[in-house]
Design a protein around this ligand. Structure first.
Ligand SMILES: Cc1ncc(COP(=O)(O)O)c(C=O)c1O
Length: 477
């Protein structure tokens, strides 16, 4: 007899595979769990349901509809061919518990992606497991912690983080039990070298840096910083969220970093901002490779295999092997782009500088230097006229432009962080410039229209606090 469930105190009897196959499911469930009445779900035809979701989709803004300059998110165009290839049955139907022997194609793809990312970042070893940038940071910080534990340096409890860092940096370090030490930025928007020197002592485990940083500026003192940190026996962590600015021009290994995460869902083709899935592979220098999560994906010259035998591994950080479909898309993108990755970064930087120069007369530019792939302006001047950054962001929606990232980084008041990416044409950039200048004129001449915005979107101006506390979740009004 084939039984699949053990008898439990809740179950009346043992459930048989034969019962399930013959649809006799009632015998598998305790009486108390059996539904007596219909639950009153709306009864709709497939066509009605389809129209409902199409209507909801039409209300949504997306990269297919218009310009999406969301700073720090790299909302580039993601080729549809990567989606198509990721959905091929050989990939999408493969079960993660299948043997290495049966998964050679998938393992080969992961191995070759690791190799490509090692080449691009300059790192010596890689894991593809983390599911996002923040998860990569957590993985990296766990590696830092274990590295010093194995060395017996239990005093290394501090992690230094610049004041313009993304909030996930201190959060990840804190989750690993580190104390967060903030280092100030100087007047050029760079890590203040003198302030940093004063913070370095024998208790510092690591510094976490984003380069280019969240102001879109390249940290010119990065080599000096890595020298100082290494001389102190500390490690350097590279937040690769802004990697789209530097692909092929330089890499974190050349800058002296020991651990790197990449956001595949920003730089390498998976759309960012849809709420996932993402991938945040982590690369490390040679001395840290024995700390990577298990399993690593390896190749012995004949077969690709999962290696669970890693000396000081921090263990598993994700069920199975990461978000495989995202890995496929990144691999396809890298193969398609080849050395053009370098051009993608160059265009991303050119586009950002073009916008910055055209906008800086009407909006304040607190750090007026050549930028990398993004820049941060401020609506401080407009605030004095009675209009906030939030109002400007809402008004942009009336002109079919997604707002940029706002109120981040925290060190810029009324911040707007603009990242055009390499994908956009000059016409699109010029249109955005005209819209931003027009909004500045409206503030000078017809302030109310900006305060009332958005007026042309399906959902008009909302009470943000109430909308978050009392969301309207009914399926039809
Ligand atoms: C600079 C920076 N670091 C880290 C992250 C976290 O990445 P993720 O959203 O993939 O967790 C972000 C996200 O936007 C970021 O901009």
């Amino acid at each position: 007899m084939k039984t699949i469930f053990e008898k439990s105190k809740d179950l009346d009897g043992i459930c048989l595979v034969d019962d399930i196959l013959s649809d006799n499911l009632e015998s598998c469930l305790p009486e108390s769990c059996l539904r007596k009445d219909l639950i009153g779900l709306p009864s709709l035809s497939e066509l009605d349901v389809m129209r409902h979701y199409k209507e909801l989709g039409d209300k949504n803004f997306c990269i297919e509809k218009g310009f999406y300059p969301l700073g720090s998110c790299t909302m580039k165009y993601n080729p549809k061919v990567s989606e198509y290839l990721a959905s091929l049955e050989g990939f999408s139907s493969l079960h993660p518990l299948q043997s290495d022997e049966d998964s050679q194609g998938a393992l080969e793809l992961m191995y070759k992606l690791q190799e490509a990312l090692k080449y691009i970042t300059g790192m010596d070893a890689m894991t593809l497991q983390p599911a996002a940038g923040a998860h990569g940071e957590l993985t990296g910080m766990m590696i830092v912690k274990k590295y010093f534990e194995v060395k017996g340096e239990f005093n290394r409890r501090k992690v230094i983080i610049p004041d313009n860092a993304h909030g996930t940096n201190p959060a990840s370090a804190k989750m690993c039990g580190f104390d967060i030490i903030e280092v100030k930025s100087d007047s050029k928007g760079q890590v203040d070298l003198e302030a940093l020197k004063a913070l370095i002592d024998e208790d510092v485990a690591a510094i976490m840096m984003t380069n280019p940083n969240t102001l879109g500026l390249f940290e010119e003192n990065v080599l000096e910083i890595s020298k100082l940190m290494h001389a102190n026996g500390s490690l350097l962590y590279y937040d690769g969220a802004n990697f789209n600015a530097i692909m092929g021009w330089t890499n974190p290994a050349l800058m002296g970093f020991d651990i790197v995460h990449l956001n595949l869902h920003k730089t390498f083709a998976t759309p960012h901002g849809g709420g996932g899935p993402g991938a945040g592979p982590v690369g490390v220098v040679d001395k840290l490779k024995d700390f990577l999560p298990v399993p690593t994906i390896e190749f012995d010259g004949k077969i690709y295999y999962r290696n669970y035998d890693i000396k000081h591994s921090i263990g598993k950080v994700k069920s199975f092997y990461g978000n495989f479909s995202v890995l496929i898309k990144a691999y396809v993108y890298i193969l398609m782009m080849g050395t053009n990755l370098k051009l993608a970064s160059a265009d991303a930087v050119l586009n950002a500088n073009y916008l910055k120069e055209k906008l800086k007369n009407k909006y304040e530019l607190p750090y007026d230097f050549p930028c990398m792939h993004e820049f941060v302006i401020s609506a401080e001047k407009q605030l004095k006229q009675g209009v906030s950054t939030l109002n400007i962001a809402k008004r942009l929606m009336d002109y079919n432009c997604h707002p940029p990232t706002i109120y981040f980084p925290l060190i810029v008041h009324e911040a707007m962080m603009i990242e055009p990416t390499e994908s956009e044409s000059k016409e699109v950039l010029d249109n955005f410039i005209n819209v931003m200048l027009k909004i500045a004129d409206e503030i000078d001449n017809d302030l109310q229209i900006v305060l009332d915005a958005p007026i042309s979107t399906p959902v008009k101006k909302v009470d943000e606090t109430q909308a978050a506390r009392h969301p309207n979740l009914i399926y039809k009004e």
